[in-house]
Design a protein around this ligand. Structure first.
Ligand code: SAM
Length: 240
């Protein structure tokens, strides 16, 4: 038995997304998981440090905002990177937004690892009217520069279709395909491909065959690489 499965029963209820009966993330390795799968997989720091003059920019799409853990881990990584003059645009989506207090409860245990990043996100998130569907804007200001965090409340395909510009990379983080096949359907992956810049990349924690097939149909060349925590391998896609 995978040791990760064994611990599933011990996961506190507030960490389980009741709409999918699935956990929001690997609770043991949540920050490392984001750093490894999404940030290393998309070469975030490399892409930013290769921009030698002026403001360094990056646009990121995310399917599955959830608890904001990826945003917090990214803010913390950038903070520790020593990079300056960054402008990061994030476009994320969430069908079932959680309350700010639940976000706080879920993320609090990672405070020692991520410093002020949790507070920076929650201060912005609690200003949102979560009843309103469509785009919501947040801003995170830190010593490295700014993160413009655009959160679409609603269905993933509507979010992707409403993007005005393609993204340079994508974090595909929408629960596993068994729990949530909708988040990996071919129509959605093809829409993501259409909203990816040339040489763009995507990353995900699942290596399920349907996910590989649908991302391939969307124009990504898929590379499997060793996983982290309970995951034997993970995926990285390069847009052809
Ligand atoms: C695994 S969680 C995301 C974890 C998140 N990236 C984080 O860092 O906390 C997946 C999220 O996708 C959302 N979701 C699932 N299906 C969706 C859909 N069709 N459209 C938009 N969001 C969806 C879920 O409600 C859930 O919050």
């Amino acid at each position: 038995m995978n040791p990760f499965d064994k611990s599933f029963a011990d996961i506190p209820a507030y960490l389980i997304n009741e709409h999918f009966n699935d956990r929001y993330f690997d609770i043991v390795n949540a920050v490392e998981e984001a750093n490894y799968i999404h940030f290393e997989g998309n070469h975030i720091l490399k892409r930013l440090s290769e921009q030698t003059t002026g403001t360094k920019t990056l646009s990121i799409g995310e399917l599955g905002f959830g608890t904001g853990r990826n945003v917090v881990a990214l803010t913390s990584l950038l903070d520790k990177s020593g990079l300056k003059d960054l402008t990061i645009d994030i476009y994320s989506v969430e069908l079932y937004p959680i309350t700010a207090s639940r976000m706080d409860e879920i993320l609090k245990p990672f405070e020692a690892q991520t410093g002020s990043a949790i507070e920076l996100l929650i201060n912005e998130y609690k200003k949102l009217n979560l009843e309103l569907t469509g785009w919501h804007k947040m801003e995170i200001h830190a010593a490295f520069g700014k993160i413009y965090l655009n959160l679409f409340i609603g269905e993933a395909l509507d979010m992707v279709n409403s993007l005005e510009k393609p993204c340079e990379c994508w974090f595909l983080d929408g629960h596993g395909p068994k729990a949530n096949p909708e988040m990996w359907r071919e129509e959605l992956m093809i829409a993501v491909g259409k909203k990816t810049k040339p040489q763009g990349t995507c990353t995900t924690f699942t290596v399920a065959r349907d996910v590989v097939n649908n991302l391939t149909a969307a124009g990504f060349t898929i590379i499997k690489w060793p996983g982290i925590g309970g995951k034997k391998s993970v995926l990285r896609g390069e847009f052809r």
